[in-house]
Design a protein around this ligand. Structure first.
Ligand SMILES: Cc1ncc(CO)c(N)n1
Length: 217
């Protein structure tokens, strides 16, 4: 019998292939990605990570096992305490100031993804929450590893190395094990996993063609 995680991965395969083949993702590997688009992506991803921490916190609140609760709470804390400050430092090296990060408004694709995740986390069951969060971890790990193996430029190496790291790979493996262990309806889990994967793809689309954004008031 195939595992739940591989069934979900198979259901989303065309979307994941499209993400891997996306011009923005390819451009990270071959260094052709426009730096203005990358800066805009960094600003949007910072907004995303804040809501991602809310999602992880809801995961902690809703987890049926203390072991999972501890992991979700630990992840929420590491996003808030470590990842956001790493992100600020990383953005700074790309010429994006803290003020710019703080004043960035969520673009439609960012808001749509975050709203979907928080909707599932609030209204779905815990298994759907796990299925919605998995593409964030597993998808970026897969992209990181693929780019680390194929990159022909080191322009975006710091970004690639972050997601190709053993630590991030372990996180992706944990998200898969969660899918395989959690007690849930596979059809609804598939729906959440595929929808989340589609939002990841739309996030790349928006990153590749950032729309002009009015500044926050
Ligand atoms: C949109 C998005 N998905 C996943 C990750 C992985 O943390 C990220 N940084 N941004």
């Amino acid at each position: 019998m195939t595992s739940v995680s591989s069934a979900l991965r198979a259901a989303a395969a065309p979307v994941w292939d499209a993400s891997l083949a996306h011009p923005f993702v390819r451009g990270l590997g071959d260094g052709t990605l426009d730096e203005t688009a990358f800066r805009s992506y960094i600003r949007q991803d910072y907004r995303f990570l804040i809501d991602y921490a809310r999602l992880l916190s809801l995961g902690a609140a809703r987890a049926p096992r203390v072991e999972w609760m501890r992991r979700f709470a630990g992840l929420a804390s590491s996003v808030l305490e470590i990842e956001l400050s790493l992100h600020r430092a990383f953005a700074g090296r790309w010429g994006v100031s803290i003020a710019e990060l703080e004043s960035e408004r969520a673009a439609p694709a960012t808001a749509a993804y975050a709203d979907f995740l928080l909707r599932v986390a609030s209204l779905g069951d815990f298994a759907e929450l796990c299925a919605a969060v998995a593409p964030c971890m597993w998808g970026y790990a897969e992209i990181g590893v693929a780019l680390a193996a194929s990159a022909t430029s080191d322009r975006y190496a710091e970004w690639i190395d972050m997601y190709a790291s053993a630590e991030f790979g372990e996180l992706a493996a944990w998200s898969r094990s969660l899918l395989d262990e959690v007690d849930g309806d596979v059809e609804r889990m598939t729906e959440a996993f595929v929808t989340s994967s589609e939002h990841e793809l739309r996030f790349w689309d928006a990153a590749a063609a950032p729309a002009p954004r009015p500044a926050a008031g």
